[in-house]
Design a protein around this ligand. Sequence first.
Ligand code: BJW
Length: 241
Amino acid sequence: MNINIDKQGTIVVLTGAGISRESGLDTFRCEGGIWSKVNLEDVATPEAFQRNPKLVQNFYNARRAQLTQEKPQPNAGHLALARLEQEWPGQVLIVTQNIDNLHEAAGSQNIIHMHGELLKIRCNHCEALMVWEDDVHVDTPCPHCGQSGGLRPHVVWFGEIPLQMEEIYHALEDADLFMSIGTSGNVYPAAGFVQAAKQNGFCHTVELNLDPTEGAVQFAETVYGPASQVVPAYVDALLKS
Ligand code: BJW
């Protein structure tokens, strides 16, 4: 790997479920993944939540409990990205589609959770946003406004606008390096970030994944293997470049 990036340059890293797989969390679209066990239309749309809030709350309660009880640990891929942020002289921004907390647990600080966070909930009545580690039920009252029936997971469902989009596109405009790690590139707008990054004419783009994705041809460089191996190796090469 011979990577030639301006040492003061900005690095934008997009991560997806693949980076957390070796920490024991399921991906969505791999064999045996979340969407092979539940129908996304039943749990990941605002309409699903309106139709059957109990089913949706239970889906997220189970995934939240996995984080709080099994306490999955960041793997070498997450840790390498935290090291990159610490040691790279320029700016490093992690834009994650993941709702887990493994980048934070690894020590990364400059993180955007574009699809929300599992350990937060918000109230549709008073718009309060709260850190939350327990189960949520349909009749759980909001600790802020006291009303029941308004609490929902702080996640972005299909048809909703992902979070902090302006900040993300602003970072992509300036990016010298765009890394896409462990994401299938099936879901927009994240799937379009590689094109947005290339618009500035100088951004180097790399896909790091277990296998080539459908969008692999859009990247200048591709590296395949488990995130716990390829990410640390790529970060080492970057820091030595
Ligand atoms: C490894 C590995 C290892 C495995 N090491 N790698 C038609 C055309 C275009 C767009 C649309 C359309 N119809 C509708 C849309 C829009 C829609 C969309 O994209 N739909 C597509 C299905 C077509 N998007 C939306 O609705 C979004 N909102 C939106 O567009 O608003 C409009 C707007 C945008 C911007 C500005 C203004 C307006 C919202 C999308 C919400 C996504 N929500 C979910 C669930 C919620 C959170 C949760 O419950 O966790 O987010 S869906 C799910 O997919 C989750 C993920 O974040 C997301 C992406 O999945 P990811 O991370 O890529 O996982 P996988 O499983 O797909 O891939 C894993 C990868 O890892 C694989 O490649 C493996 O090879 C790899 N891997 N092991 C390295 N060890």
